[in-house]
Write a protein that binds this ligand. Structure first.
Ligand SMILES: *Cc1c(COP(=O)(O)O)cnc(C)c1O
Length: 382
């Protein structure tokens, strides 16, 4: 059996990507606009299955979050609430704008934003004199956050949600696709996501006017004049027509990839069903449908006789298999530690005990055998 590296999540091409890229070359649309860009946007709108949403394809998920905050009116000096347990790209754009991130803890059922801590944060920031301008909520590892509870708090205080759906393309809550719940939604097509354009992202917007504004800002904010005239600060954030070609091919296999990632989750759930002290992040009930972008577990050493997530990570590493600790909460990061934080130690504990397991849609039976051998060896050790 080969000992080649098993990755956490690697690109998985469907077959038609090169056809769309070739079309771009053949027509010489090697630029950040063209048929593939428009086509990918149309594919995404169709996939989301709503008639009120518009999609703008951009150069990255981070760019989408940055423009999303700008479209929500966030400015220097404003406060923006952000789920603490997430990838740094959810929070960095708040700092780009000179705004202040206010971090909020997770709840333990989805590992995402705790609605109780969220409300506590809003009430306290308002008492201190500033109403938060936006809420960045994240569907971590593809698991939908508590959509109704979080949306109810946001609505009570009339604060828009920027829905970071970078990891959750294909996930649903009550049969509605993630990315469509926020005032604005965000996807990422980075190399490790469920589908990739090599690098790319998208904004999901409520109407055509907002989409036009997003495209305007992402293409250097040129006024309508024959010369280059600017009345606003612009950005170079539009998606390349080459990258969009890869995306069009990937859209054809998105649902197949979701099914394969969910099968990886089922594979792990079967193994861990017999192991005390290990919890697999799983949908709390049947309203939730996760794409299971990554299968993540927590290992409680108090119950596993001292076995830890770090022990398992090292055992995988020795077998040339990549696994990775969960996202370290932002309020514990050196760069963000001076900002306000609301909640308890849920995200901190999940981080300390948590590990992401190889979850790619391109893993083979022989990869699964190697993974299983490490798991069996690790958990049978005295
Ligand atoms: C990947 C990711 C992003 C950023 O997307 P890029 O396309 O890599 O810029 C943002 N938020 C979360 C939660 C992510 O996982």
């Amino acid at each position: 059996m080969s000992n080649s590296k098993i990755w956490l999540s690697s690109p998985h091409m469907g077959g038609n990507e090169q056809k769309f890229v070739k079309e771009a070359f053949d027509s010489n649309w090697v630029a950040p606009l063209g048929r593939n860009v428009n086509g990918l946007e149309a594919d995404l709108v169709a996939y989301l299955g709503t008639d009120r949403h518009q999609v703008a394809a951009l150069s990255s998920g981070t760019a989408a979050l940055h423009l999303g905050l700008i479209l929500l009116g966030v400015q220097a000096g404003d406060e923006v609430i952000c789920q603490s347990m997430t990838f740094s790209a959810s929070a960095n754009p708040i700092a780009y704008l000179g705004a202040t991130p206010v971090f909020v803890d997770s709840e333990s059922s989805t590992w995402n934003m705790c609605p109780v801590a969220l409300e506590e944060a809003i009430v306290d920031r308002m008492a201190k004199g500033k109403k938060p301008k936006a809420i960045v909520a994240v569907h971590l590892y593809g698991m939908p956050f508590q959509v109704e509870a979080v949306a109810a708090v946001a609505a009570r205080y009339a604060i828009p949600i920027l829905e970071d759906s970078a990891e959750a393309l294909g996930s649903c809550y009550k049969n509605q696709k993630c990315g469509t719940f926020g005032t604005i939604g965000v996807f990422s097509f980075n190399g490790n996501k469920i589908i990739t354009t090599s690098g790319g992202g998208a904004l999901v917007l409520g109407d055509k006017e907002l989409k036009n504004k997003a495209i305007f800002l992402s293409t250097q904010a040129r006024d309508n004049a024959p010369h280059y005239q600017h009345s606003e600060i612009g950005y170079n954030y539009r998606m390349s027509n080459i990258c969009a070609g890869i995306g069009r091919g990937q859209m054809e296999v998105l649902d197949a990839h979701v099914a394969l990632r969910r099968a990886m989750h089922a594979f792990y759930a079967r193994f861990f069903a017999g192991i005390k002290g290990v919890t697999v992040l799983t949908e709390p009930d049947d309203r939730y449908f996760s794409n299971h972008w990554l299968t993540a577990i927590t290992i409680d050493p108090a119950v596993t006789n001292g076995k830890t997530r770090e022990g398992l990570r090292i055992a995988f590493d020795r077998a040339n298999i990549e696994s990775r600790p969960l996202w370290k909460p932002m309020h514990l990061q050196p760069v963000f530690k001076s900002y306000p934080y609301y909640g308890g130690s849920v995200s901190e504990t999940i981080f300390e005990q948590g590990l992401c397991l190889p979850s790619g849609s391109n893993l083979t039976d022989s990869d699964r055998e190697r993974i299983l051998r490490v798991l069996e060896g690790f958990f049978s050790e005295e």
